[in-house]
Design a protein around this ligand. Structure first.
Ligand SMILES: NC(=O)c1ccc[n+]([C@@H]2O[C@H](COP(=O)([O-])OP(=O)(O)OC[C@H]3O[C@@H](n4cnc5c(N)ncnc54)[C@H](O)[C@@H]3O)[C@@H](O)[C@H]2O)c1
Ligand SMILES: [Zn+2]
Length: 341
């Protein structure tokens, strides 16, 4: 079977590997499509070398079909369309015992801390699987994982119908948060620094604003009748956006930190005090988020075809990574070739 490995030193090795049969409690998936995301780019840049075990078969946004059942697996059948929630918790740490298994203190994030989906035949624990509706497109299904991120973020924000929210950052995650928030009945303004991305976000159907505009604060004040936004989602990763977030949230508003900020940032604590703001951290997703994400994708609520810039064979993965690094694509899918439909 074919696989793509991060082999260290910012390199990807694509080659043939020998597949092994699934062990007890495992199923073997014929992988169809794998989406590349910012975390994969971090791995490939060597930024996570201290965490990942090289060589690493990466990839954690995927779709496929069950090819084989391991011993003691009863609830699945060969041919079932599936996706994987790539979280493996220990069930014993304080976070798990308190019910927060998705952010287990010893979490194995599959595709980062252990082998991921960029392989033709992938053995996974059957408890990580989620069934897909028979008529779902496997291409669209590769977006379920990032949609689940967005569902988790919107749920954690406790968004209510009619609320006005501002999303800082219009990459795939920012757009998916906007899409899910629209389903929750929110009114949305998306602030994005890049003109091309703003155009794309507008095409998908959301109002945008340039966060560097002189009249940025004034526009938001007008839009919210002087109150500020009910919730602000920080999805850009920029230090300036962290400061802007406290400027544009209403009294008792919520600021949701979605982006991964690798270093500590300046935060306007005076503003948090003055307005009694709440800061909410959000990380990955729970099973319920995946289930809702599957529903949204299968009902056509997610602009999948607009988000998927390209689908390329696994042999062209290095070029795909270069395209993403150059900011010339939103989401690129790798056709691993298992069950391409
Ligand atoms: N919380 C989680 O579990 C989770 C899961 C997935 C991704 N993430 C994080 O979410 C973030 C967004 O992911 P993505 O894939 O959309 O990334 P991305 O890099 O494609 O998108 C970020 C966007 O922010 C824009 N931007 C940069 N500076 C800005 C500013 N000052 N104001 C407004 N926009 C600005 C960029 O032009 C870009 O379009 C990343 O930090 C990623 O690591 C978090
Ligand atoms: Zn745990």
């Amino acid at each position: 079977m074919i696989s793509a490995q991060y082999s260290g030193d910012k390199k990807i090795f694509v080659g043939q590997a020998i597949s092994t049969p699934p062990g007890p409690g495992e199923v073997q998936i014929k992988v169809a499509f794998v989406g590349l995301c910012g975390t994969d780019l971090h791995i490939l840049h060597g930024a996570m070398d201290a965490r990942v075990k090289i060589p690493l078969i990466f990839g954690h946004e995927m779709s496929g079909e069950i090819a084989m059942l391991g011993p003691q697996v009863q609830e699945w059948q060969v041919g079932d369309k599936v996706t994987v929630m790539p979280l493996d918790w220990d069930n014993t740490c304080p976070a798990c015992l308190a019910g927060n298994k998705h952010i287990c203190q010893n979490l194995n994030f599959v595709g980062i801390d252990s082998p991921g989906a960029l392989q033709g035949l992938w053995n996974v624990n059957s408890s990580w699987l989620l069934a897909l509706p028979a008529d779902i497109s496997l291409k669209d299904a590769a977006l379920i994982e990032p949609v689940a991120v967005a569902v988790h973020d919107v749920r954690r924000a406790e968004l209510k119908s009619g609320e006005k929210i501002i999303i800082l950052g219009g990459g795939p995650i920012g757009i998916l948060i906007a899409t899910v928030a629209r389903e929750f009945g929110a009114e949305i303004l998306l602030a994005e620094i890049d003109q091309n991305r703003r155009r794309m976000v507008e095409e998908i159907g959301f109002k945008t604003i340039d966060p560097t505009d002189e009249g940025f604060l004034e526009t938001i004040n007008e839009w919210t009748n002087g109150a500020g936004a009910d919730a602000v989602f920080e999805v850009s990763g920029a230090a300036s956006a962290v400061l802007q977030a406290t400027d544009i949230a209403k009294v008792r508003g919520r600021i949701v930190i979605v982006a991964i900020h690798p270093t500590p940032r300046n935060v306007n604590l005076h503003r948090i005090f003055m307005r009694e703001l709440t800061i909410v951290g959000v990380r990955v997703y729970e099973r319920i988020d995946f289930e809702l994400a599957i529903e949204y994708v299968s009902l056509g609520k997610i602009p999948c075809s607009q988000l998927i810039s390209k689908v390329v064979p696994i042999s062209e993965i290095s070029e795909a990574v270069a395209t993403l690094e150059a900011g010339q694509a939103m989401k690129i899918l790798i056709n691993v070739g298992g069950a391409a439909k």
